[in-house]
Design a protein around this ligand. Structure first.
Ligand code: SF4
Length: 296
């Protein structure tokens, strides 16, 4: 799908051709057709002018949704609003970067085993970037970071911070799933050398998105970003620096799933309160008390 304004009539014709088919599918399947993540990402990478349709048209921009969720019409996403406020060219630059990243073959062993490159997801104008270590099996299949149980917990944390998942950006240090020895299931940690090879891609994403704060989820992500091993005791809850961007290391949500104590959850939440303070976001007394009160 080209984003050139001269292609607008072609784009309109394509929409006119596709919409009746979608309506027929909806009628015959008695369900709303589902768009995959890649298609939605492409839609959001279009200049805002492409998305200003006739108000009578049933197609309006939709916020990104999980690949299995039905697509529903909603208000324009933060990305399209920010773009409407004045795209500084970053959407086009990010689209160009994404094209390069998803075609990357720098790690031949991972190219062989991956289903797809997991580029990252979210608002390209986000003030907040969450960085994990690498895609697991589910992320590799879906093409989106943090979609399993740990991802659901991350989405809850983001919600407790009063953001939606679509308002922030989520990426990994390593963009391809680490390969597993033949016959072995599960996921393995990325090697430092693999992360070092992939890190320049994330660095380019950060340079374009320009978040005000980065949260590193887990020690492997911290090591990948900083290029040296650290201990969680040493770094968690303390501000570090990643090329001029404040960096907050905290536990990976998968760790919280394994250690579901109030004390560990509270540590992560205290880190998120520091993040909200750094971003100048209002913090309610309910938010301050999360995990301190019974049932919170
Ligand atoms: S892990 Fe990164 S550097 Fe390696 S092939 Fe995938 S995208 Fe390229």
């Amino acid at each position: 799908m080209s984003a050139m304004s001269s292609d607008r009539p072609v784009f309109d014709q394509a929409l006119d051709a596709v919409l009746p088919i979608l309506h027929d599918m909806k009628k015959s399947l008695r369900a709303t057709p589902v768009a995959n993540r890649a298609a939605l990402d492409q839609l959001f990478s279009l200049p805002d002018s492409f998305l200003k349709k006739d108000p009578a048209s049933p197609l309006v921009p939709v916020a990104p949704v999980a690949a299995t969720a039905p697509v529903v019409a909603t208000a324009p996403s933060p990305a399209s609003k920010a773009a409407a406020a004045g795209d500084d060219g970053r959407l086009a630059k990010l689209a160009e970067l994404k094209t390069k990243i998803i075609a990357c073959t720098r790690c031949p062993h991972l190219v062989k085993s991956r289903t797809q490159v997991v580029y990252g997801v979210g608002n390209p104008f986000s003030e907040l970037l969450f960085v994990g270590e690498a895609p697991g099996e589910e992320e590799d299949l879906r093409g989106e970071p943090f979609v399993g149980k740990a991802g659901q917990l991350l989405t809850k944390i983001i919600g407790a911070m009063d953001y939606t998942r679509e308002e922030i950006f989520i990426a990994n240090v390593l963009k391809c799933r680490p390969d597993m020895p033949a016959g072995e299931a599960g996921n393995r940690k990325p090697k430092p050398s693999e992360m070092a090879t992939c890190l320049p891609w994330l660095r380019e994403q950060i340079d374009l998105i320009r978040p005000k704060v980065i949260v590193a989820l887990g020690l492997t992500a911290v090591e990948g970003l900083l290029g040296e091993p650290r201990t969680m005791r040493e770094v968690r809850g303390k501000w570090l620096d990643y090329h001029g961007v404040p960096l907050m290391p905290t536990y990976h949500p998968a760790y919280l799933l394994r250690n579901q104590t109030m004390a560990e959850k509270r540590k992560v939440w205290e880190d998120m309160l520091l993040v909200l303070e750094k971003l100048g976001r209002p913090i309610s007394s309910k938010q301050r008390g999360y995990f301190l009160e019974k049932g919170a």
